[in-house]
Each structure stands twice: as structure tokens, then as C-alpha cells.
Design a protein around this ligand. Structure first.
Ligand SMILES: Nc1nc2c(ncn2[C@@H]2O[C@H](COP(=O)(O)OP(=O)(O)OP(=O)(O)O)[C@@H](O)[C@H]2O)c(=O)[nH]1
Ligand SMILES: [Mg+2]
Length: 418
């Protein structure tokens, strides 16, 4: 099943590359049996790891007075997967932010946004991230709890109110939970109820329990949302690509119809013209060969051959005009020769030699001759650069449309596994 899913993801990804993250998230969501995931997010040294330790009651995560957490570490406790993530900022090259990003955006159901009270206001980066998380919450129903940490480091309650007011001004309507891990630890160790309460950890646990209860519904909502968005996007894409393909095919057919009509018209016209030239009474002098003595004289034979040559040239010019109009004058590259003047479709089809009456008759005035000409010219028309380019575009459009259809079919696999 997993292999089928991977293949389906790849098929969709090839068409919707911008959905890579959503596909990865859907894969996480499809791990139905998995515990809800709670992660921490915030700047380094703001007390994230220690907060998690207090929440689960063991020192599962490393705590230090310096940049400590550098990779993701997870600990399952009471049917929740707690995920410790590195702090944001500092060393961009280290890849810590990538871990944090993965925890926040890919793995977690609930985010604890941790900000140390002694730092005062949120900095620009924290504000942007908090806003992104709140926006995401609106959309996906993934929850973020804002935790003001290390409040014991402030002088008094008034100082705490001041910080809270400053943050409230930065992020209106934000609900926060003020906590002190230190107080909580002291409260637990000394069994001091008042300190425990003042630590804010109990209130945070209560808020977390409520948030955890909402996770199954939130996950269902998020999966349906992402799948629905992708299906809609693919539906539009399939329709667009089918339209594009149909449009190109229509263009191809219209071009061909116009060419066929123009060619049939010109062949019938030149057939008539030539028939008139051939329909002169009397002997066919064109067949009388000239003697050496006639070299510089105008003979009936020469006159007749000239007349035929002119009629033939006129026919070629008329046909040539149609070929030019339809972009079919030049030979396909494979057929081109050293002699550029011979590299034309006219020459390839008609040849260079002067025609005699019977040749002209056969070529232009008999149905079979005209059909043969039409067939030859049409073949070169289809081989012309523009027609070949259009055929290539149609091939590409067809495979694009097929890729979108395949992605649509692959959606069903993901939907079945959601
Ligand atoms: N006074 C006081 N100090 C705290 C509190 N919480 C954490 N600290 C201290 O702050 C320092 C940093 O704590 P960590 O939990 O390691 O901080 P972090 O946010 O995980 O840091 P990184 O992993 O580097 O991102 C440690 O020395 C902690 O003991 C608190 O509530 N009060
Ligand atoms: Mg840490």
C-alpha cells in the first residue's frame, strides 16, 4: 500500500510541484494510528526543552544555558508524541531551522510557541512566524498555544503585565499562558501547591488537554481540506489542458481544411487554363524537333513549346502562391540539397523539365493527375516547418493532458487512504 501511495504522490507531484509540502503533510495525516504530536517553537534559549520536560515530568530532553537542541527528538508520553525542536534564528547554515520547520509545519498537530518574558516584545521574525501559525490555524485548524515562559525572571507582576500588554499590542486577540518551569520544578520537588499553581504549568496542561481533544477533528478537517484543494486544482488543470489540446487540434484541422480548399481551387483553375491552351486546333508542333539549321530561327515547334512553357510557368506561379500562403514552399530539411535554387517543393513535385502537351494534359487536366499533384503537395504541406511545429505542440499538449488525468486518478488513492 505504501508503495502505491508513493507512486500516486509522485504522479500528483509531477503535475502540482507546489503541493510537495501538502502531500508530505497528508502522508503524516494518513498515519492514522499515530499519536497526536505536540512541538515547541521559538527562539533558542527561551526554555522550550525545559518546558517539555516539565509537561511530561521527566528529563527527556536536553536543557542547557546555551544553544542546545540541534535536531529533532521525540518522546512518547501519555499517548502524545512530544517533539523537541531547535530554536529559530542564529546559525542559518546549520540546518537547525530546517528541523524546526519540519516539526512545526509537517509533523505537529499542536504548537507551543515559546517566548521568554524577559525578552519583552516579540522580534520581527517571531511576529511573522506567529502570524503565519495563526493564519494556518484558521485554515487547517492546527492549534498554536502561545506560552510566555520564564516569567520568574521578571521583577514582579507589574513587569509581567507590561510585557503582556506589549505583546498584546503586537498580536491582537492573542491568548497566552504565562509559565515558569523553575517554579514548577520547585513546587514539585518541595510539594508546594502555591508554587505549582503560580507556575502556570497546570493551566497550560489543562489548555493542552483541551487542544488534544480537538486533534482528531482537526486532522480530519485538514486532510479533507488539502485533498479537496488538490482535487479542485487538478480538475481545473485537466479541463484547461483538455481545452488547450482541443484548441490546437482545431487549429490543425482548420489549417488543413483551408489548405485543401485553396489547393483544390487552384488546381481546378490551372487545369482549366491549360486545357484552353491545349485546345488549339491543328498539329502539335511542339513534337517537331528543330534542326541545326533552325538554330537561330523562330520555328512553329519553338513557338508552340514557348506557348506551353509560358502556360506551364503560369500554372506553377499560381500553385506556388498557394504554397507560399500556407508556408509550404520549402522542402523539409532531410530533403534539401546543395543547390539552393532547387530546394523548393515546386521543383520537387513538378520537376524542372519543360512539359509537352501530353504531359501537361496528364498533369493538370486529368482527374488522376490532379489528385496525384494534390497528394504530393499535401504531403509537403504536412512536412512544412510550421505544420511540424504544430504537430509537436499537439504531442506535448496531449502528454500534458494525460499527465493531469493520471494525477486525477492518483488522487483517488490518497483519498481512499485519508
Ligand atoms: N529562570 C528560568 N530559567 C529557565 C526557565 N526555563 C528554562 N530556563 C533556563 O533557560 C536555559 C535554556 O533552556 P532550554 O530549555 O534549554 O532552552 P531552549 O529554548 O530549549 O534552547 P535551544 O534548545 O537552544 O533552542 C536553561 O538554562 C534553562 O534552565 C524558567 O522557567 N525560568
Ligand atoms: Mg532546546
Amino acid at each position: 500500500m505504501d508503495e502505491v501511495r508513493s507512486r500516486s504522490e509522485g504522479t500528483i507531484l509531477s503535475v502540482l510541484p507546489e503541493r510537495a509540502h501538502d502531500l508530505a503533510r497528508l502522508r503524516v495525516l494518513a498515519g492514522r494510528g499515530d499519536w497526536p504530536v505536540v512541538t515547541v517553537v521559538g527562539k533558542y534559549n527561551h526554555g522550550k526543552s525545559r518546558l517539555l520536560n516539565e509537561l511530561i515530568g521527566t528529563n527527556a530532553f536536553a536543557v542547557a544555558d546555551r544553544r542546545e537542541t540541534v535536531a529533532l527528538s521525540a518522546h512518547v508520553h501519555e499517548q502524545v508524541r512530544w517533539l523537541d525542536a531547535p530554536g529559530l534564528d542564529a546559525d542559518v547554515a546549520s540546518g537547525d531551522d530546517e528541523h524546526a520547520h519540519r516539526a512545526v509545519w509537517l509533523e505537529s498537530d499542536i504548537r507551543l510557541f515559546v517566548h521568554a518574558a524577559k525578552e519583552g516584545e516579540l522580534d520581527a521574525r517571531e511576529r511573522a512566524l506567529l502570524q503565519a501559525l495563526r493564519d494556518d490555524g484558521e485554515r487547517t485548524r492546527r492549534q498554536t498555544l502561545f506560552v510566555l515562559s520564564q516569567v520568574d525572571q521578571l521583577a514582579d507582576e507589574a513587569a509581567q503585565r507590561k510585557v503582556e500588554a506589549a505583546i498584546e499590542a503586537q498580536a491582537s486577540g492573542l491568548a497566552w499562558l504565562a509559565v515558569s518551569s523553575t517554579r514548577h520544578r520547585q513546587g514539585v520537588d518541595g510539594a508546594k501547591k502555591l508554587l505549582l499553581e503560580k507556575s502556570g504549568i497546570l493551566a497550560l496542561k489543562t489548555a493542552l488537554a483541551q487542544a488534544l481533544a480537538r486533534v482528531p477533528a482537526a486532522r480530519a478537517h485538514e486532510a479533507a481540506l488539502l485533498l479537496g484543494e488538490m482535487r479542485g486544482q487538478l480538475q481545473r488543470l485537466c479541463a484547461e489542458r483538455q481545452d488547450a489540446l482541443a484548441g490546437l487540434r482545431r487549429q490543425q484541422a482548420q489549417q488543413r481544411t483551408r489548405f485543401d480548399q485553396d489547393l483544390a481551387a487552384v488546381l481546378s483553375q490551372v487545369g482549366g487554363d491549360i486545357q484552353t491552351v491545349l485546345d488549339v486546333p491543328g498539329p502539335d508542333h511542339s513534337l517537331t524537333p528543330d534542326s541545326f539549321a533552325d538554330q537561330f530561327k523562330m520555328t512553329p515547334g519553338k513557338l508552340e513549346r514557348n506557348r506551353l512553357q509560358v502556360a506551364y510557368s503560369k500554372a506553377c506561379i499560381k500553385i506556388g502562391a498557394i504554397l507560399t500562403r500556407h508556408g509550404a514552399m520549402d522542402l523539409p530539411p532531410a530533403q534539401q540539397t546543395q543547390v539552393k535554387s532547387l530546394d523548393s517543393v515546386m521543383v520537387a513535385v513538378m520537376g524542372v523539365s519543360v512539359k509537352y502537351r501530353k504531359d501537361l494534359q496528364r498533369l493538370f487536366c486529368e482527374a488522376a493527375g490532379r489528385a496525384a499533384l494534390a497528394q504530393d503537395f499535401t504531403r509537403y504541406f504536412e512536412l512544412s516547418a510550421d505544420r511540424q511545429a504544430l504537430a509537436a505542440r499537439i504531442g506535448q499538449a496531449r502528454s500534458d493532458a494525460q499527465a493531469a488525468e493520471r494525477a486525477m486518478a492518483a488522487m483517488a488513492v490518497l483519498e481512499a487512504g485519508a
